[in-house]
Design a protein around this ligand. Structure first.
Ligand SMILES: *[C@@H]1O[C@H](CO)[C@@H](O)[C@H](O)[C@H]1NC(C)=O
Ligand SMILES: *[C@@H]1O[C@H](CO)[C@@H](O)[C@H](O)[C@H]1NC(C)=O
Length: 231
């Protein structure tokens, strides 16, 4: 019995140390309820991250489509609500993928070299001489701006926070992510890129994925994936 209780306590502690991003916030306006515009992820209960960056789960980790498509004016500031404190060190990145002509954000799967990154974060060194990351220990993800020149239309929007506390061993990094169905309005004439596939953009031994944070300088960190498109 004691052993059973102890393992329950451990499981609860593990769940507390992990998180999901079920709710998109656009210019301060949160989606109606969890998993409304955002596709429910397979870890909605377990909260466990993706550990194989080459698996199909690295794209959206979704278990089902969402019921709605959020309107997101180009130039909006967005972030996500987290179910738990984002307590693990690592970068937060945002990607978009334009839904092909004739398809819908409500059903499209995001396959192919279609994803561009529009935001990432770098660590700094705090007063205690520890590496610290934007958004770390918050209950929301960092803010990012949808580049105003992003063309109007339907997209999948992907948020990712990569927990690097165990990343010194292969498949030790934990990817916390979700994808929302969005309709970008009032967009511009930009040509987003470079475009990458997910899975495909990440390798297990990328220097930003297989990394010992205790052994590098903050400014030497290299976020995985393509260069940021700034619009
Ligand atoms: C992030 O954006 C929201 C509005 O969506 C704003 O209330 C909040 O202050 C911003 N946070 C930071 C750290 O700038
Ligand atoms: C996307 O927004 C445009 C412009 O407001 C609108 O015409 C279109 O119906 C919207 N599509 C979806 C799927 O919401």
């Amino acid at each position: 019995m004691m052993k059973f209780v102890a393992s329950l306590v451990l499981a609860a502690a593990a769940a507390r140390a992990h998180y999901t991003f079920p709710r998109l916030v656009v210019n301060g306006q949160a989606e109606e309820k969890d998993w409304y515009d955002t596709r429910m992820t397979k870890n909605a209960q377990s909260k466990m991250g993706v550990t194989d960056p080459t698996s199909s789960d690295i794209r959206c980790y979704s278990s089902q489509k969402a019921q709605a498509v959020a309107t997101v004016p180009a130039g909006s500031v967005i972030h996500y609500v987290s179910t738990q404190q984002v307590n693990h060190p690592g970068p937060t990145q945002y990607y978009l993928a334009k839904v092909p002509e004739g398809a819908s954000a409500a059903t499209w799967d995001g396959a192919g070299a279609v994803w561009f990154k529009f935001h990432t974060t770098m660590p700094s060194v705090n007063a205690q001489k520890q590496m610290s990351w934007p958004g770390q220990n918050e209950y929301v993800t960092v803010n990012a701006t949808i580049p105003p020149s992003t063309p109007s239309g339907q997209y999948l929007l992907r948020v990712e926070q990569i927990a690097l506390h165990l990343a010194q061993t292969p498949n030790g990094a934990q990817f916390y992510l979700s994808c929302s169905q969005v309709n970008i309005t009032n967009g511009g004439n930009g040509t987003p890129g470079p475009l990458v596939a997910l899975p495909g953009a990440y390798k297990t031994n990328d220097p930003g994925i297989l990394v010992n944070l205790g052994a590098i300088q903050a400014d030497a960190y290299i976020p995985p994936g393509p260069a940021v498109w700034t619009g």
